[in-house]
Design a protein around this ligand. Structure first.
Ligand code: SF4
Length: 483
């Protein structure tokens, strides 16, 4: 049997044809010279590869500057997750590329579904995938009689959420060695990282991944749904699975994550609203984003329909939470700095929303998300950031820009009470940067957004504001300064 070359995001058993298949892993320091990644992401990826090399049987780990140097024998490889890696694989002699793994739905099924549609909407794709893969279905009907429990899953945060924390990871000598190597690379090779080092928070082995999955399904999934969109300053993880980094490393097969979650509903009576909300994130959103990366043209990443041209300011790009007074933004930046992870709402409604309001370049923001998050990869961040978060594709995959003022953050978090700004104020010293930024964004883009029926009411609201020019002036004067 030919050796299977596994990329660093293909580390689980579902990337092999059978247990014990010989494996090739390539560890390239050059990757870290090309881009500044979060320190904990670099640690996680190297730790996961080295653990597999130690424990995975016939595994050859080659340290090389380039992949071409390391791949010296005929190998097979599953379709990689970026265009650059796919093109490289095609160029290398003796490498046979197999169809992608690590996703539930097949590329040809997505293409057949998408063909002829003007707009690609998650909800349509998700229902098709549920039917096709018989997930949460009772015959031809969705379990419980509804496809979507989103409306039940938008509760504001409780005063406190008592939920079992994910079990801690016991670091070992491989983590010690990785940490020493990263320190040395910084000292001697001029390689730099983003964010703070810290105890490894995410699984690097299959055993750790399965333990986290079991723990989540038993303890956290039952209350995931209602509060999945809420934010609590003192509890960044809430009931989120924190399994995205694990699935994106390939340590868990999303199909097994879905299967266990559905079993929790069917056998253990876990609330369908939570189970459906969670499965939607994986079978729906994760697969949808993956297919969009390949379906849209390569230039999609540079799409910029709202002509957002400002570069990311250094305080944001370098995770300088201490430079920020706005409590929500400071707390979320600190979360990224300390863990390389915050959940989807801080990403979308605090980080992405702030960038959208200020007209930061979508491609640069996508690259930052890719580098700063432990679960960030080019395929994940392209449509998520360029399309959904920044509306830079003009609405090819979402129906409206995710712009919101302080009222949204105030309703969905406990941040505003302790903030020096006031979410209700848009002008003056106490003006909430999100509220002011929201109206300024609408004013600057009212012409482009006028034809969007979902923006009609916000634009009507804008028309009633007497002080909008002063708000735009104030926000223009704020420029790139940290709020
Ligand atoms: Fe964030 Fe504005 Fe609330 Fe402060 S007042 S926490 S800046 S939304």
């Amino acid at each position: 049997m030919r050796r299977r070359w596994l990329f660093a995001d293909q580390l689980g058993p579902h990337f092999l044809d059978e247990p014990g298949q010989p494996v090739l892993l390539v560890e390239s320091k050059a990757v870290f010279r090309r881009r500044v990644f979060h320190r904990q992401k670099a640690h996680l990826v190297l730790s996961a590869m080295r653990h597999l090399a130690r424990d995975g049987g016939d595994v050859r780990l080659v340290r090389a500057e380039t992949y071409a140097e390391a791949v010296t024998e005929p190998v097979t490889v599953c379709h990689p997750t970026s265009r650059a890696a796919r093109d490289l694989v095609k160029r290398l002699p003796g490498v046979e590329m197999l169809p992608p793994r690590g996703f539930v739905t097949a590329p040809q099924d997505f293409v057949a579904w998408a063909h002829g549609r003007d707009h690609l909407r998650l909800e349509d794709f998700y229902r098709d995938a549920r039917r096709r893969h018989d997930v949460l279905m009772d015959g031809a009907e969705p379990a419980g009689g509804r496809w979507n429990y989103d409306a039940d899953n938008r509760e504001p945060p409780p005063a406190r959420l008592d939920v079992a924390a994910p079990p801690p990871i016991a670091e070992d000598e491989i983590d010690e060695e990785v940490r020493a190597d990263l320190d040395r690379w910084e000292r001697e090779d001029g390689i730099t990282f983003l964010g703070n080092d810290g105890p490894r928070l995410f699984p690097a082995t299959r055993a750790e991944a399965l333990a986290r999955l079991r723990h989540f399904v038993k303890h956290r999934l039952p209350i995931f749904g209602p509060y999945e969109d809420a934010m609590l300053a003192g509890n960044p993880f809430m009931a989120h699975s924190m399994l995205s980094a694990t699935m994106n490393l390939g340590l868990l097969d999303p199909a097994e994550v879905i299967e266990r979650s559905e079993a929790a509903y069917r056998k253990d009576g876990v609330d369908l609203r939570s189970v459906e909300g969670f499965i939607r994130q994986i079978l729906g959103w994760r697969d949808f984003i993956w297919h969009l990366y390949w379906y849209f043209e390569p230039s999609y990443r540079a799409a910029n329909e709202l002509h957002a041209r400002r570069e990311l300011p250094a305080w944001f790009a370098n995770l300088d939470a201490g430079a920020v007074e706005a409590r929500c933004l400071s707390d979320v930046l600190a979360g990224v700095r300390d863990h390389g992870w915050v959940h989807h709402i801080p990403r979308l409604m605090v980080l992405g929303n702030y960038a959208l309001q200020r007209g930061w370049r979508p491609g640069a923001l996508a690259d930052w998300f890719h580098r700063a998050f432990v679960d960030g990869y080019e395929w994940v961040m392209t449509a998520n950031v360029v399309g959904m978060s920044q509306f830079a594709d003009g609405g090819r995959m979402s129906t409206k820009p995710y712009a919101a003022g302080g009222a949204y953050i105030s309703r969905m978090s406990d941040y505003c009470g302790g903030c020096r700004y006031n979410p209700k104020v848009r002008l003056g010293d106490d003006a909430c940067p999100y509220t002011a930024g929201y109206w300024s964004f609408l004013a600057r883009h009212s012409t482009e957004l006028a034809g969007n029926h979902r923006m009609r009411r916000p634009l009507q609201g804008l028309g009633r504001l007497a002080d909008v020019d002063a708000v735009v002036e104030q926000e223009t004067a704020r420029g790139s300064r940290a709020p």
